[in-house]
Design a protein around this ligand. Structure first.
Ligand SMILES: NC(=O)c1ccc[n+]([C@@H]2O[C@H](COP(=O)([O-])OP(=O)(O)OC[C@H]3O[C@@H](n4cnc5c(N)ncnc54)[C@H](O)[C@@H]3O)[C@@H](O)[C@H]2O)c1
Length: 339
């Protein structure tokens, strides 16, 4: 057992490196907000040759193995699993909350059909572990919005949330019925500098940093006092791999674990940004995403994840803001120099 340092100098928990180097991990939806960061993170841990990134389109400047995959095509998925002797699948492909409302039936179809393809191909090929990302969108109405518990009655209000809640139950079903080792977290809104988010209700909390760094006024699509659960990408990635590497016997949840991070409102985030950019300006123009946010919890209780596999977030709002501003500042400065 050793301690592993990631490229951004974070230490993740001790893992058995010899066991980990024998894994071949297929990441589906690798070009998205999470996938872009996760593939590099997994490469640092398991070795770049062991990570097979895949998405609908090739990724520019991808350093490592990449396969074009539309995961609605189960046959192609099956071919890739066999070709690369895949042992684990991270299934990230989905249509997210805000975008999903534009075409509910297509969103349901894509989000659930792709997951069934993953489950069935994994079952046929004896895949050892599957990671499925769920969301705080599963809670919806009638949950304690101040601190959504691990075990809650789920009344999701978006088609995205409905598809995630159904998929959580299918994960549990495949675990119980076929003994498949499926692991999942309910991610809060994820904040990252590596790539832009893909149409979720928490996207404002990423866009705001880009505007602040560029010295522009930010128009926020949520009201100033809308609290939502969020998490910094470093914490999200570390939590994901810690869950995937936890001993199976420790896991009491086979639907999806609440992954707690931080909770804040747009006005609190603005106050944090102004510690580094005192002139930063924000205006509030809530749109249809406000009603989605109003149906979501303000914070989630991650105590079961803590109890079962030691989950502990590291980034508070100011630590996150500082790093976001630094990293995006470097990025924009580099792109100006390259012009
Ligand atoms: N980002 C967040 O804040 C957040 C929060 C909760 C849950 N999640 C979940 O995590 C997962 C990844 O989220 P993200 O933010 O990276 O999303 P994203 O929209 O940024 O990326 C999704 C990726 O999936 C790909 N994709 C879509 N359809 C596909 C198909 N048929 N075949 C193959 N690839 C396909 C897209 O091209 C895209 O690159 C999703 O399941 C999402 O629901 C994300």
């Amino acid at each position: 057992m050793i301690e592993i340092k990631t490229s951004d100098n974070n230490t993740i928990k001790k893992h058995n490196i010899l066991t980990m180097r024998t894994e071949n991990i297929l990441v589906i939806g690798a070009n998205g907000q999470i996938g872009s960061a996760l593939t590099g993170y997994l490469s640092n841990i398991y070795g770049a040759d062991h990570i097979i990134a895949s998405d609908l389109r090739p990724k520019e400047n991808h350093d490592g193995v990449f396969e074009v995959l539309d995961v609605t095509d189960a046959k192609r998925l099956d071919e890739l699993v066999k070709k690369h002797h895949v042992t684990q699948i991270y299934h990230l492909a989905a249509i997210l909350s805000a975008r999903g409302e534009a075409d509910p039936l297509n969103t349901w179809q894509l989000n659930t059909q792709t997951y069934f393809n993953v489950l069935e191909v994994a079952r046929a090929n004896g895949i050892k572990k599957i990671f499925f990302p769920s969301s705080i969108a599963v809670f919806g109405d009638h949950v304690d919005r101040n601190l959504a518990p691990q075990h809650a009655v789920l009344y999701p209000t978006t088609v995205y949330g409905i598809s995630k809640a159904a998929s959580e139950n299918w994960s549990n079903y495949y675990y119980k019925r076929y003994g498949m080792d499926i692991r999942s977290v309910r991610y809060p809104g994820i904040i990252s500098y590596q790539s832009l988010p893909g149409g979720g209700t928490t996207d404002y909390a990423v866009d705001i940093f880009h505007k602040a760094v560029k010295g522009e006024t930010f128009t926020c699509f949520l009201s100033e006092d809308t609290y939502l659960p969020m998490i910094y990408m470093d914490d999200a990635l570390r939590g994901t791999v810690e869950l995937m590497e936890a001993p199976a016997d420790n896991l009491s949840i086979r639907t999806s674990y609440n992954l707690s991070g931080i909770s804040f409102s747009p006005s609190e985030l603005t106050a944090s940004i102004r510690k580094w950019h005192p002139d930063f300006e924000i205006i509030y123009q809530p749109d249809f995403r406000q009603s989605i946010a109003d149906s979501w919890p303000k914070a989630i209780d991650g105590s079961t994840a803590k109890q079962d596999w030691g989950w502990q977030p590291r980034f508070d709002i100011d630590a996150m803001t500082k790093e976001m501003l630094e990293k995006l500042g470097e990025k924009y400065r580099r792109s100006i120099l390259e012009i």
